[in-house]
Design a binder for this molecule. Structure first.
Ligand SMILES: [Zn+2]
Length: 143
């Protein structure tokens, strides 16, 4: 698999014809490129508006279908914060989301080196974590 996580300059035409078993149609390429480009956790509507720059004929329904396929094939992650619209994140490594209340922007935050969930949470004995979804809200103080 190509490394998508750290490659924000990949152009849609650079993607392989198949990623994680998903055939990369022109529309899926555009949608994925949009998500990789800005990494600001866009909503489906944000993706739609941005994808239109290069593909004016793409519809919102197509964008939704593309996003669903990309999420199902673990190429991008769907992020749900509160009751807001779902957002999309290309970072597949374990991380949490921090929403800056002042700007509304969502940032990826990672665990400190070597820290495991079992070290900080009282998990029932035998618990096996299959999915991590932690979101935090706050601000950056007086920055
Ligand atoms: Zn993220």
């Amino acid at each position: 698999m190509i490394s998508l996580a750290n490659n924000k300059d990949l152009k849609p035409e650079d993607f392989p014809s198949d990623i994680e078993g998903l055939r990369m149609t022109r529309q899926r390429r555009e949608v994925l490129a949009v998500i990789l480009r800005d990494r600001d956790h866009p909503t489906a509507n944000d993706v739609f508006l941005r994808a239109q720059d290069r593909m004016p004929t793409i519809s919102l329904a197509t964008v939704y279908n593309c996003l669903e396929a990309l999420v199902t094939h673990n190429i991008v992650r769907q992020v749900n914060l509160d009751r807001e619209s779902s957002r999309y994140c290309p970072n597949l490594s374990d991380h949490c989301h921090f929403q800056d209340e002042a700007s509304g922007k969502i940032h990826d935050v990672v665990f400190k080196e070597g820290v495991k969930l079992e070290d900080i949470l009282e998990l029932p004995k035998g618990t096996k974590i299959s999915h991590l979804d932690i979101s935090l809200k706050g601000n950056f103080g007086n920055r």
